[in-house]
Design a binder for this molecule. Structure first.
Ligand code: C2O
Ligand code: CU
Ligand code: CU
Length: 426
């Protein structure tokens, strides 16, 4: 709905019951429904306002993951919404077309709130993207896919337990796509665009089709790539997104799976083989079978432009030996500055790294060039064991001397246990 030139979304966080494949009575949480949340969509340059009402029995927040927003509108742990209250952030969309998402971020409770079903996608459109010949008929040849693993108790309720030896958090044996177990898609066009979101608490996926067919990665977390990258498999850690285009032949059936991480993940569940979704192509397919060879300009941020370098060591459940403290500011950044952040995993666990408000580029991984599908805009990145990544980013101009943004591991249990820090942009 557009009111006085502002795109307005009304969201209500609520409790409900859903059929997640174990009968209709699984207690879940959702937004404007019993489970998950509506896809929000706005165009670059538009002003948006979201009215978020909390009808849960406890306080929560709603964070716009990947969005460039003023810190007070970010929906992090400092913007708690008490039961019965409404929080109304507004901002102007000022970033390229991308597939973002939104989820709660209450300190220490994020894993529980997301696991119960609070997550949705937030799509941004712009002129550069709409000028390209890409599938964009939402729900027909442009499909959001929120991929999440869940475990259930015998009575159909969600099982959030973790074993004693599993420090990463919950690993489920049932994969849900947009809340549906074992889904299939009726394909009616030659190419289909999938907006893949790893919305799981812990589990990384290694996406691959059952016939190992090639598909094109066209976008990463923060926008389209300069050119499509052809791959046969694609890893995504929790919080990461990718847009891919897959071509289908008339009448065929193909399954998207998650296959064991090559070389071994040294991670609970990393050797699992999981079915994600089946694609059933019609006998007559519409549309074109090609993907444009060039997409959008992604000018590399020159290393020489960086004026500050910061280091972040991920270990145990802390960053640089410090556990998250809501009252402590860890980093103070000058608005508009270009910085290099060196992120190292000392090797005692599996982690990734997410930064609020900015989009970054991966300069290198252990000194080597990142793979082509990581050469676009990112906001979340896997940090393999015993490895060091250098990220480069340019901070924006939303300043606030009091309210910070977060950076953290997006394995939600690690985030809740304190693997998170706070930065101000001033
Ligand atoms: Cu997806 Cu700090 O969050
Ligand atoms: Cu975020
Ligand atoms: Cu971690």
């Amino acid at each position: 709905r557009v009111e006085d030139g502002v795109r307005v979304f009304d969201l209500t966080m609520q409790e409900g019951r859903s059929d997640l494949g174990r009968g209709p009575d699984t207690p879940t949480w959702g937004i404007n429904g019993a489970h998950l949340a509506p896809t929000l969509r706005a165009a670059r340059g538009e002003r948006v306002r979201v009215r978020v009402t909390n009808r849960l029995g406890e306080a929560s927040t709603l964070h716009w993951h990947g969005m460039h927003v003023p810190a007070r509108m970010d929906g992090g742990p400092h913007q708690m919404i008490d039961p019965g209250d409404t929080w109304t952030p507004d901002w102007r969309i000022d970033q390229p077309a991308a597939s973002l998402w939104y989820h709660p971020h209450p300190h220490g409770q994020t894993a529980r709130h997301v696991y119960r079903g609070l997550a949705g996608m937030f799509l941004i459109d712009d002129d550069a993207e709409s000028a390209l010949d890409l599938p964009r008929d939402y729900g027909i040849d442009d499909l959001p896919m929120i991929v999440q693993d869940r475990k259930f108790h015998g009575d159909g309720t969600l099982d959030a337990s973790t074993s004693l030896f599993q420090s990463e958090g919950i690993i489920g044996d049932t994969v849900l796509v947009n809340g549906t177990p074992g889904p299939y898609v009726d394909v009616t066009t030659r190419t289909v665009r999938l907006r893949l979101l790893n919305g799981s608490n812990t589990r990384p996926y290694h996406f691959e089709f059952d016939d190992h067919r090639e598909f094109a990665v066209i976008g990463t977390d923060g926008g389209l790539l300069p050119a499509p990258v052809s791959v046969r498999s694609l890893p995504l850690s929790p919080g990461e997104r990718a847009e891919v285009v897959v071509a289908f032949r008339p009448g065929e059936r193909v399954r998207l799976q998650s296959t064991p991480t090559p070389g071994g993940s040294r991670f609970a569940g990393g050797d699992d083989h999981l079915e994600i979704a089946e694609f059933r192509a019609a006998h007559h397919l519409g549309g074109v079978a090609t993907v444009p060879d060039r997409l959008v300009a992604v000018p590399p941020i020159p290393e020489a432009a960086a004026t500050v370098t910061r280091s972040f060591a991920l270990g145990g459940t802390s960053i640089n030996g410090k556990a998250m403290d809501m009252a402590r500011i860890d980093e103070v950044i000058t608005a508009g500055a270009t910085e290099i952040w060196t992120v190292a995993n000392s090797g005692d666990g599996v982690h990734n790294f997410h930064i609020h408000d900015v989009r970054f580029q991966v300069l290198d991984i252990d000194g080597g060039a990142p793979p082509p599908h990581l050469r676009g805009w990112k906001d979340t990145v896997w940090v393999p064991r015993d490895s060091t990544l250098r990220l480069i980013m340019r901070f924006g101009h939303h300043t606030d001397t009091e309210v910070p943004y977060m950076f953290h591991c997006h394995l939600l249990r690690h985030e809740d246990e304190g693997m998170m820090g706070q930065f101000l942009v001033v």
